[in-house]
Design a protein around this ligand. Structure first.
Ligand code: ADP
Ligand code: MG
Length: 615
């Protein structure tokens, strides 16, 4: 075939393939246009998941009648001067309207502010009509009908009405978060109506993500080398099953940038398992010259001149905020648990008036003396005191536990000598139930601790401290354990052997395709060394691109902590339980286990009383 210039309508259709993927992308482009026109109120109405109809109306500045035809012509925009790097509007490529018009029937009706009438143009599958007079009191209305009807191949790829309709909702939520002072209305025959009233940023976040998110989030406000990061990040126990609830904005523009999403994952890497996802709303403000938004036709991706700086800011600020948040469990987890309190049928008649909400848990609280840093002297990994176990003649199991946690000094007084204070945040241990949970009494309630989860977290925290501080003690194996592995795994393990050293795991290459384990971390007790090593090899292999070794080592430490922490099913003595509680209070991040589940929940006395209808 000879080389020839493509006809305009074909070029438009090709462009449409990039800009207009599905109804939600049409909504995004039209709402962005409304915002660029200075709208204070934007309403979106849809039918058939946007496949039948999308109508976006705004009260913005409008388009002069003489420019209506230009607006729907390719590469015609009122927004870009000559500097692509200096765009402050959401749109600038002049592609959206012609692209949409090439795959749907589009009508554009507008009235320039101050003009004495409105006009409209119609665009249908490449053909253009108008402008002609129309009725409209202010602003602009764009209607898009029968999207992709002329392109059956594209239509086939769309999902069902419900999925497309909820993708539209998601687009509006995302944009609404970025423009709290604009009122958004979303309605149509395929949905229930949503209205976001104009307000400030906090109001809008609460309206879009719910009050519950605000209660379960820490606020982020950090600055590094002229780049600022602000917003809210959910606490780890508030994690979700998918990554949908992660909102990033760069200079007010909603983006779904891979590097930013990966930085967010990195920030939670050591407090959340890989199948849970944090909730976050984060705003980045950066000199426009430092970021290129013109990388992607739908402008979802951006390119930072210094991605390392931005990544470091996101990871660092969130980690710090979470650590400063101190001991905090999710209120959601606790209220779920509350719902699980079943009342015997005969007692039901004594329950509160119908419809009364179940009493709320208060597992979130601040430590009275503010956040506590990591204290090696109190760490579960501190060196053992040799005289400990024999002196007390405790049972072997308990001795093993004590060896990990309780220095002789603290274990010395008889369990009954002194009442541990209920003033501690986690209270005084009262009993252990099912060899798995510790029940403690606080000044105004009770705390239930998952001993396995808590122990795992403490072990992990001491691993982390060891990575950056003093190495952990290790226990020499009588005979080194030789573990056969695929060569790449052996290689990766050997590369990381210095980091493992610090954690008390000593291993080295042992010919091709094998490593020799000479010592394991004492803190883990007796471990299955080959299983541990294979697991670590998997973790190293799992490392994602762009993840630094330091981040991977955290994940490795988390894996390792799982191995030793087989503490459920172990009876504990009162002072061991108290020691565990005190260690939790002194350890940052002890409120959740490495997988983002809470390590403890708290029930206030007032709530217990309410359960029994006493209040
Ligand atoms: P871009 O937004 O990249 O400029 P579009 O194809 O989306 O390209 O829009 C083309 C032009 O039409 C815009 O530059 C703007 O001048 C005008 N326009 C589109 N929608 C509106 C609107 N809702 N209100 C006012 N002007 C609009
Ligand atoms: Mg546009």
């Amino acid at each position: 075939m000879p080389i020839r210039q493509l006809p305009d309508d074909v070029i438009d259709q090709i462009a449409a393939g990039e800009v207009v993927e599905r109804p939600a992308s049409v909504v995004k482009e039209l709402v962005e246009n409304a915002l660029d026109a200075g709208a204070r109120r934007v309403s979106v109405s849809t039918a058939g998941g946007g496949k039948t109809l999308i109508r976006v109306s705004d009260d913005g500045g409008g388009i002069p009648e003489g420019e209506l035809l230009l607006a729907v012509r390719r590469h015609c925009t009122s927004k870009l001067g000559s500097d692509v790097m200096a765009v402050s509007t959401l749109g600038f490529r002049g592609e959206a309207l012609p692209s949409i018009g090439s795959v749907a029937r589009l009508s554009l009706r507008s009235r320039l502010r101050g003009a004495d009438g409105a006009a409209e143009v119609l665009l249908g599958n490449g053909q253009c009509e108008g402008p002609r007079p129309a009725a409209l009191s202010a602003g602009t209305v764009v209607e898009v009908r029968d999207l992709f009807h002329s392109v059956p191949a594209r239509l086939k790829f769309l999902k069902g009405e419900r999925a497309e309709s909820s993708a539209i909702t998601e687009v509006v939520r995302r944009i609404a978060l970025a423009f709290p002072n604009v009122r958004f209305e979303l309605s149509g025959s395929d949905r229930s109506e949503t209205v976001y009233e104009a307000g400030d940023r906090a109001d809008r976040i609460a309206a879009v993500l719910g009050e519950e998110f605000i209660e379960n989030a820490v606020s982020i406000d950090a600055m590094r080398e002229g780049v600022s990061l602000s917003g809210l990040a959910g606490i780890p126990t508030y994690g979700r099953g998918n990554a949908l609830h992660q909102y990033f904005f760069v200079n007010g523009r909603p983006v779904r940038d891979k590097m930013l999403l990966s930085a967010l994952r990195g920030a939670y890497a050591d407090v959340m398992s890989r199948d849970r996802h944090p909730v976050a709303v984060l705003f980045i403000e950066i000199d426009p010259a430092e970021v290129d938004v013109n990388v992607h036709p739908a402008k979802a991706d951006v390119r930072f001149r210094d991605p390392g700086l931005v990544r470091g800011l996101v990871v660092g600020a969130i980690r710090q905020a979470l650590a400063e948040g101190g001991l905090r469990g999710s209120t959601r987890g606790a209220s779920d648990m509350m719902d699980a309190f079943h009342m015997p049928a005969s007692a039901a008649s004594y329950s509160q008036e119908p419809g009364a909400r179940s009493p709320a848990f208060h597992s979130a609280y601040a430590r009275p003396s503010g956040p506590v840093g990591f204290d090696p002297a109190r760490s579960p990994s501190r060196p053992l005191e040799p005289r400990l176990a024999p002196d007390f003649g405790v049972r072997e199991e308990a001795a093993a536990y004590l060896a990990d946690f309780v220095p002789a000094a603290r274990a010395a007084p008889s369990p009954f000598a002194e009442e541990p204070s209920r003033d501690y945040p986690l209270g005084a241990a009262r009993t252990q139930v099912h060899k798995a949970f510790i029940v403690a009494e606080t000044r105004d309630g009770i705390v239930i601790v998952d001993q396995h989860a808590a122990h795992e977290r403490l072990v992990y925290e001491s691993f982390k401290a060891a990575i950056h501080g003093a190495p952990l003690p290790s226990q020499l194996l009588l005979i080194p354990e030789i573990v056969d592995l695929p060569e790449e795994d052996a290689e990766r393990l050997a590369e990381a052997s210095d980091s493992f050293d610090r954690l008390g795991l000593k291993l080295e290459r042992f010919g091709p395709g094998a490593v020799a384990v000479r010592a394991t971390p004492s803190i883990l007790g007796r471990v299955d060394a080959p299983a541990l090593v294979r697991d670590l090899a998997d973790e190293l292999a799992d490392g994602r691109d762009g993840e630094s070794l330091a981040e991977r080592v955290d994940a490795v430490a988390s894996r390792m902590a799982c191995h030793g922490s087989v503490r459920a099913g172990r009876p504990m003595r009162p002072e061991e339980m108290d020691a565990l509680l005190r260690d939790m209070e002194a350890t940052p991040g002890a409120g959740q286990c490495n997988h983002g589940r809470p390590t403890f929940v708290e029930l206030k006395l007032s709530d217990i009383e309410r359960l029994f209808g006493r209040r």
